[in-house]
Structure formats: structure tokens, C-alpha cells
Design a protein around this ligand. Structure first.
Ligand code: ADP
Length: 163
């Protein structure tokens, strides 16, 4: 008997913080995969604006109503985490040519070092392709309004902190 295995994808990133661009990508990918694990990759050398706990809490809140989406975090190689959670797919977004150049190399390396892991790319919708967590962090540091770029749960929490 050949039971079809569920298609599980890991969507790795820093999510510092999660943006409307990330959310759109995950929502669209729900028609491609049975389960998506949005996973925060922890790099001890990297400086983050928001703590891991805060980023995970926001991810849990944002995807609370979506049964297909789980939240996780990992240290080390993404392909090792894929093995741990039994995922054979990596989900990544492409906004522009520089995303492509970077992602192409990583994807090719992951095919070599991973155990049967394919990267699936979704092109960002035009209305989200200008959004990046980097830009959002700069606006937050400058005390600007990020409500056009992040889910309302995050912008309202940030506004409360600013008042
Ligand atoms: P990283 O630290 O790996 O760059 P990010 O949290 O910035 O992680 O992004 C994770 C993934 O989400 C990447 O594949 C990135 O291309 C994608 N992504 C980021 N912003 C957007 C967006 N606005 N639209 C579509 N995909 C996006």
C-alpha cells in the first residue's frame, strides 16, 4: 500500500519582524503544501532588533487561525532542521533579481548537503515586493509608522510602546 506522504515545507527566516510580504507568501503556499513550518533561524553571531521570544510570539499570533501553519525555531543548518521535522521542501520568496542570485546558490548547496530537500520559490506579489524586514526595522528605529508593512497586531503593539 502506497500512502501519500503529507507535503511538509519549512519557511526559514529571521522574521525580525514578520511582514505582510511573509504572510502573503505563507498564505499562498498553503495551496501547495499540506503543512508549513514557519521557522526562525537563530544565528548567535547576528544582532536582532526583536528577541526570539517576541518574534515567535508574533508568528504564533499571526498564524493562530491557520491549521496548516506551525511555528518553530532552530540553530544550525536549515537542512538538518528539515530532517528533524520530516520536511522535504523549503519555501522561499523572491522579490527581485538580487533575491534570486542569493537564493539560487543557497538552494543549490542545500540540494547537495540536504537529504532530499527541494526549495520551492514563490514570486512576491507586486504590492509586497518593496517590503523587507530590514526597511521595517529602519522605520521603527526612526519612530516612523510601519502599519502599511506589518500585521496590525505588531503595529498596534509598537504604537502602544511609543506613547
Ligand atoms: P532572511 O534573514 O533569511 O533573509 P527574512 O525573514 O528576511 O529572512 O525572509 C525570509 C524569506 O521571506 C526569504 O525567502 C525572503 O525572500 C522572503 N521575503 C521577505 N520579504 C518578502 C516579501 N516582501 N515578499 C515575499 N517574500 C519575502
Amino acid at each position: 500500500m502506497n500512502k501519500k506522504l503529507p507535503k511538509i515545507a519549512v519557511f526559514p527566516g529571521s522574521f525580525d519582524p514578520i511582514t505582510k510580504g511573509h504572510i502573503d507568501l505563507v498564505t499562498r503556499a498553503c495551496s501547495v503544501f499540506d503543512k508549513i513550518i514557519v521557522a526562525v533561524g537563530v544565528n548567535s553571531q547576528k544582532k536582532y532588533l526583536f528577541s526570539l521570544e517576541e518574534r515567535l510570539r508574533w508568528l504564533e499570533l499571526v498564524f493562530a487561525d491557520n491549521d496548516q501553519v506551525k511555528v518553530g525555531h532552530f540553530e544550525g543548518l536549515t537542512v538538518n532542521y528539515c530532517k528533524e521535522v520530516d520536511a522535504h521542501f523549503l519555501l522561499r520568496g523572491l522579490r527581485n533579481a538580487s533575491d534570486f542570485d542569493y537564493e539560487k546558490t543557497i538552494s543549490q548547496l542545500n540540494t547537495i548537503i540536504g537529504d532530499n530537500v527541494e526549495t520551492v520559490f514563490l514570486i512576491s506579489k507586486p504590492e509586497y515586493s518593496h517590503i523587507s524586514s530590514t526597511i521595517v526595522r529602519e522605520i521603527i528605529k526612526g519612530k516612523g509608522d510601519v502599519s502599511a508593512f506589518v500585521p496590525s497586531i505588531i503595529s498596534s503593539e509598537l504604537n502602544t510602546q511609543n506613547t
